[in-house]
Design a protein around this ligand. Sequence first.
Ligand code: GRF
Length: 194
Amino acid sequence: MKAKVAVLISGAGTNMAALLFASKLPSCPYEIVLVASNNSDAEGLKIAAAEGIPTFAMSHIGLDRAAHDAVMHEAIVEAGATYVALAGYMRILSTGFVAKWDGRMLNIHPSLLPKYKGLHTHQRAIDANDTVAGTSVHLVTAELDDGPVLGQIEVAILPSDTADTLADRVKMAEYQLYPKTLADFVARDSNPDI
Ligand code: GRF
């Protein structure tokens, strides 16, 4: 049986799409059972719906953090998911929500963690004259962008790069990294001998 994954997004959802298309390969050990968002206008929701994936949206506006997280949690459980993949979900999570998904929630972050947690990672890498940027998939813990790193891909920085051109190339690396890392993670989880 394939592992059931809920993907949480806030925007374009291109990483969600990469996870989804990878899941269509017969050998993929996970399936996406829900795409949920705090933003009902998120472009990724339309992509998921067109692909026949159940979607859920609940704005965080007017709800406190714990209450909003509880609504999201309920939708995820309702969908039958046992893993959560954050993919551009622009919300700081409550400790209660993080605890409920301890060891079963992954995130993708556009830097070589532990470098450049938080926002504006590409500009910060360029400003620091780094020659290499990249992307990381990590387990989510209470501290922002801080959990154990499960996989990384390095991306060379070109002298001509702007934050935007670098971001575009890092995204191509993300589309490789996230599906593979998630697949390996759920496979290892269901068979500790791997
Ligand atoms: C990605 O760069 C990811 O690393 C970060 O947010 C971005 C999401 O982009 N967490 P998209 O919505 O998947 O296109």
